[in-house]
Write a protein that binds this ligand. Sequence first.
Ligand SMILES: C[S@@+](CC[C@H](N)C(=O)[O-])C[C@H]1O[C@@H](n2cnc3c(N)ncnc32)[C@H](O)[C@@H]1O
Ligand code: SF4
Ligand code: SF4
Length: 391
Amino acid sequence: MKAAVLDHLRKIPQYTRHARHARSVIQHGNIRKWSNLIRVEIERKLRRIEVKGHPYLLIIDPCNYCNLRCPLCPTGVKDLGRKQSIMSFDDFKRYFDPHIPYLFEAYLHNWGESLINKETYRFIQYAQENNVGTNLSSNLVTLSSDDINNILDSGLEYLVASLDGVTAESYKQYRVRGNFDRVVHNISELLRRRNLRKLKTPIIEWQFIIMKHNLHEVAEAERLAKKLGVDLLRFIPAGIPFDFQNKQELIEQMFPPASEETDIPDGARNPLTPIQKPGPCFYLYRSMVINTDGGISPCCEVYRKNSDFADLNDIEIDTGRIWNNEMYRSARAQFSHQNPTSKTATICDGCEIFSRPSNKQVTQRSPLENISVITEEPGSSQPQSPKRRHQ
Ligand SMILES: C[S@@+](CC[C@H](N)C(=O)[O-])C[C@H]1O[C@@H](n2cnc3c(N)ncnc32)[C@H](O)[C@@H]1O
Ligand code: SF4
Ligand code: SF4
């Protein structure tokens, strides 16, 4: 039965990310994981501050160094606010193991180029051996022939290839220091060897971020995608990182103008008026983000060390305790109808991505003084960050 459903999901040619998650939930599920999933979703619905459920998606970053300099990425512009490092296999195992009983999927990228870390293949293999599905996004610029084989041998289930253009000239406007021809060659070689070996995975998604300078290339990208034989071509909107100061300027510089909105493919449109997702924030219930240095960010939208909710090097790793620590409880309380007595300032206080109950104000933390300053009500300000990197 399980195999039949999975086969059916695989046959849907351009299945959505929801279908991909559904596939993981079926393929990597068992009674314990499914019961936990139901508990998590109920606790989110009830806006619980303290939870019994465990995160079922883990985002774990093998490496936050990068060979490229993308202008809308904090790593690319050297403004990550966190020391750059590479995760060792021992640390990976130490961070990953406590989550295994509840995980359907692990994302092995966050704020760098994961394939710079040659242990990443081992991380993938280890996750797969422990019945956890794997997903990785890469710029695919510097792959050797061995790297291509290593990706195929690792058992990686889903690979996102970041390629935002169909010519070297437009590609390099965002992927600064990248090499268009090499990425196209690497995608094609991955597909050739995968098909030759009759492997079902990794599913290869070409991800194309729509910006002002590449919007006119949509039709050509569709043609090239067919020619290459990628499993899926996905157009996504560009986002501006959470802590960038010159958001409006970057929007004007990089985003397609409103007059060209009708040319933008479905799903890649950046709403002119920011649309808040209905609260409470799902990251605070479903996923945990572990950075290269063992720091825990509340979600993949934020990146600075000073926004972390915990540091796995400072404490004994007890996922349940961390998941309900003062920071997580305070962040969830922002979305609850209750007014908790203890309140610690967190990065979530100033976040407008998810809507809150009307009695909760959005407060903006001063990054310098770590004090809270009340700003406007949710929904009345500029777009925060339409980017959702781990959907
Ligand atoms: C920070 S990158 C790390 C992984 C890898 N270096 C890469 O670029 O694929 C994580 C994801 O964010 C995407 N990304 C980069 N800049 C973006 C932007 N301005 N808006 C939306 N997504 C972006 C990347 O394409 C990738 O899928
Ligand atoms: S390739 Fe990925 S990590 Fe590197 S700068 Fe670009 S978006 Fe950031
Ligand atoms: S910063 Fe925003 S999106 Fe991230 S966990 Fe907090 S409330 Fe959720």
